[in-house]
Design a protein around this ligand. Structure first.
Ligand SMILES: Nc1ncnc2c1ncn2[C@@H]1O[C@H](COP(=O)(O)OP(=O)(O)OP(=O)(O)O)[C@@H](O)[C@H]1O
Ligand SMILES: [Zn+2]
Ligand SMILES: [Zn+2]
Length: 812
């Protein structure tokens, strides 16, 4: 039997499947999806591998053998193994990059390699070998990884000599990142009658033995510590019973459960779907029940009850015995949703997101894998949930940028969801009030089934939106972040005893520091971006690399004492609010205040419970919030996102405004919104005021078509980074020339190739960056070309010190 094995820590061009012979004693136990330890490379160093497939024969004449099996049962199903290959082909990563994305950190293993003395003497004359054997004999073993790191000279040939001579033997040790938590437990090994007979015949300590057996008669299995406690016997009695095979001891796996707040689900009114919701549900169920792969887009205005519809759909899928994956864009949104899920499905829900501890995440993953849980709810990576027989995959707020991974594999969760829907015969359901232009286009072309909810649930109406022209305030000499119109609406809202949400766009609102005399802006010495001021600690900090420095008012360029912080941060708005409304209770939510694990859950809970009047926050307050008492939404500046160098600037602005405005007036009370802007005549802002998605789409799709942007093409970034600015520039140039030649040679059509240029952030953490932009079709032919070019790049010694990666349809 031959195992086809993917091996960890290989570079992209070296990454392939390698054939290994399966030793007879592992046959049967070793299956695809199991990890193994194999010898690899010249020195036969031990590496971790993943068995991707088994085969009868190999093309190669002599094969190395699998050295050890790590997993008794496969950690990856056949479907997920297929997904590993899919990721590699689609996003130019190695097998192990994909495997690491799919497996939770806690289940990963680390391999340590040792060599131990066998007792055989070494009689050779290699000095290093002599030294090593002496070291091994005195310390019992050699830690090879440590040695390779500490020693300046290479140890491998001396090591090989010692292994050859039989003086040393290799051993490897596999360690798990998170340990399984287990307890020793006992259960009866015989029938109740046999147990009674045993007690009758027992010569010593019969009463004690009887107590233990009585408890076990009543239960399936009891942890030993509890058994001793309940029966008042010592552990030796339990051991005796086990030795006599009256009971048996086994390990009981304990699963850590993530922190759960008390469910607020109880006081919800029972769901009775409206006629519109009901017909959408029936339509979706018809797609789902067929068991064939399908894709649907549910476009429903904010507050139309999309969530309620897909929860009803989940009921049916679960009743039919199939499993479900639900993706949400941000951790901040999961508590609200998981509350709803827990109160409905209890233990059958498992939650997967990055704010869980490694152990918690691993255990939730295991509950999915062993079938205890059948609904996975989580952020992007939850799309890799280890579920079989998936009947439904929901991607909520499908337009969100957070579904795109910024690290290898640079996947989009929507594409992985499509793959899994096809393999499982599942329905992929994309839900949003503001679908991405790409998805809406697909729905219009009939590639997705389109379902629409055009009214809010329960007769609520969409909020009335006012545009506040900030130029008027400016003309009057007002420069406050909260203009007159918004201030007036806030006053009314507070008087009504209702709540308000204020949204501050992070971008453009950073409190960066600049010189009033010469215009110099303080930038990070490692990264080419402006640093931001944090009044908490009085430091200037860089969000990319974490560099911080003291704030000084002396300008390093012109020497004047003109350095000041400019722009408005949440902290400054908070100060203004305190001046305007001294008695209002303001809750601030941004990256500063919500970096702790569950603090945003607590803040949102407190806001919902009425402990605050105003919620002030950045991006994280825009989506999904469903708070009945919120009747006013204020957008402090709508303009910040309009003028970003990104073809999606208009889409982002429209969506963000529509979403945030949609937080107001969701439970019967009239809702209002104020959008502050310096360009009130801008089309996008006007469309957002009318909350006119169709109108927006019609205009945007024309722009995309004329300018050739997605969905009329795919955007491909080829990024080059390295510490040597000139080296990076030269490497990018060489790649560009070679790529242009290759396109010419293969007569590739419909490709627009741009010359290399520094991206907007030209330097991050002391690494210079260059970027080649490509407008193309992300199809098989293009992927083959790029794959070949990447391998050539790595194999060219001139490119040493420069890293390269490809990112398809990146966020920016
Ligand atoms: N059939 C129903 N019965 C009872 N309550 C409902 C029903 N449909 C919706 N609701 C309530 O209406 C509110 C809005 O619904 P939901 O959160 O599902 O909307 P949504 O379309 O997901 O909104 P958004 O896109 O703005 O996040 C919620 O409080 C929800 O509980
Ligand atoms: Zn200056
Ligand atoms: Zn930096």
């Amino acid at each position: 039997m031959i195992a086809k094995v993917a091996i960890e820590n290989l570079t992209y061009p070296a990454d392939a499947l390698f054939d290994y012979e399966v030793p007879a004693e592992l046959e049967g136990a070793l299956r695809p999806g199991c990890r193994v330890v194999v010898p690899f490379g010249g020195g036969n160093r031990r590496r971790q591998g993943m068995v991707m497939a088994l085969a009868e024969h190999s093309e190669l004449a002599s094969l190395k053998r699998v050295q050890r099996l790590v997993d008794e049962t496969p950690v990856l199903s056949e479907e997920l193994l297929g997904l590993v290959g899919f990721c590699k082909r689609r996003w130019f990563c190695t097998y192990f990059d994909a495997i690491k994305a799919i497996l939770p950190t806690g289940s990963r293993v680390r391999l340590r390699e040792y060599a131990v003395p066998t007792g055989e003497p070494y009689s050779g004359d290699d000095t290093l070998a002599r030294e090593l054997i002496a070291l091994a004999q005195s310390s019992g073993r050699l830690d090879l990884e440590k040695l390779r790191k500490e020693r300046s000279e290479p140890i491998d040939s001396a090591l090989a000599e010692l292994l050859q001579a039989g003086a040393l033997r290799r051993v490897s040790d596999v360690r798990r990142n998170a340990s399984d938590m287990t307890r020793l437990a006992a259960r009866l090994a015989v029938s109740h009658e046999e147990a009674d007979a045993y007690v009758r015949d027992c010569r010593a300590n019969a009463a004690k033995h009887e107590k233990v057996l009585d408890i076990l008669k009543g239960c399936e299995s009891v942890p030993v510590t509890e058994l001793c406690y309940l029966s008042g016997v010592s552990k030796s009695v339990v051991d005796t019973l086990a030795r006599r095979q009256i009971i048996e001891l086994h390990t009981l796996e304990l699963l850590r459960r993530p922190y759960r707040e008390k469910t607020r689900g109880g006081d919800r009114e029972p769901i009775r779907l409206s006629a519109g919701q009901h017909s959408v549900l029936e339509g979706l169920w018809a797609l789902c029940a067929g068991g064939r792969p399908e894709a649907a887009l549910l476009h429903g205005v904010t507050g139309s009850g999309k969530t309620e519809v897909y929860i009803s759909l989940i009921d049916r899928v679960i009743a039919a015995g199939r499993n479900v994956i639900v993706l949400v864009p941000e951790i901040a949104l999961t508590p609200q949703l998981t509350d709803r899920f827990y109160s409905r499905y209890g233990e059958r829900v498992a939650v997967l997101h990055s704010a869980l501890s490694v152990g918690e995440r691993y255990d939730e993953w295991k509950r999915l894998k062993n079938g205890e849980a059948s609904i996975a709810v989580g952020t992007r990576s939850a799309i890799f949930a280890p579920l079989d027989n998936v009947g439904l995959i929901v991607v909520d707020e499908e337009q969100e940028g957070s579904y795109k991974s910024e690290n290898s594999p640079r996947y989009h969760a929507r594409d992985v969801a499509k793959y899994r829907a096809v393999k499982n015969g599942a329905l992929l359901l994309l839900a949003s009030a503001t679908p991405s232009v790409e998805s809406y286009m697909s729905a219009k072309l009939g590639r997705y089934h389109l379902f629409t909810l055009s009214e809010r649930y329960g007769g609520s109406t969409l909020p009335e939106v006012l545009i506040a022209d900030m130029r008027e305030d400016l003309a009057k000499g007002e420069t406050s972040a909260i203009g007159e119109t918004l201030a007036a609406e806030l006053r009314f809202c507070l008087k009504r005893g209702e709540q308000a949400v204020l949204f501050l766009n992070r971008r453009g609102y950073n409190t960066f520091v600049g010189c009033r005399a010469c215009g110099e802006v303080r930038t990070c010495p490692n990264c080419s971006i402006a640093m931001t001021y944090h009044s908490r600690n009085g430091l200037l900090m860089c969000h990319y690399c974490g560099h911080s420095e003291e704030l000084s008012d002396v300008c390093p360029v012109c020497g004047s004492r003109g350095m000041r912080h400019l722009g408005t941060g949440t902290q400054r708005v908070e100060e203004q609010l305190a001046e305007l409304f001294p008695t209002a209770r303001v809750c601030r939510m941004d990256l500063d205040t919500t970096s702790y694990k569950s603090s945003h859950e607590k803040l949102l809970g407190a806001f919902r419970d009425g402990e605050y009047d105003i919620l002030l926050g950045t991006q994280m307050v825009t989506k999904g919030l469903d708070m009945p008492n919120v009747t006013l939404v204020g957008v402090l500046s709508a303009d910040a996102m309009l003028f970003v160098e990104d073809y999606r600037a208009a889409e982002r602005t429209f969506m963000q405004l529509t979403q945030v405005v949609g937080r107001a007036g969701r439970a019967g009370k009239r809702g209002y919104a104020v959008i502050q802007t310096y360009c009130p005549d801008n089309r996008v802002i006007e469309l957002a005021r009318r909350q006119d998605y169709e109108g927006f789409f019609e205009e945007e799709i024309l722009f995309r078509k004329n300018m050739i942007y997605p969905p009329y093409c795919d955007i491909c970034h080829i990024m080059f980074t390295g510490a040597d600015e000139g080296g990076v520039r030269e490497a990018a140039k060489r790649f560009h020339t070679a790529l242009a030649d290759e396109f010419r040679r293969t007569q590739a059509a419909n490709i627009i190739l741009f010359a290399p240029a520094p991206p907007p952030i030209a330097k991050i953490s002391q690494k210079y960056r260059q970027r080649i932009l490509l407008k193309c079709r992300d199809d098989k032919k293009l992927r083959q070309t790029l794959d070949k070019m990447l391998c050539n790049f790595y194999n060219n010694r001139e490119n040493r010190g420069v890293s390269i990666y490809v990112d398809i349809n990146p966020n920016l």
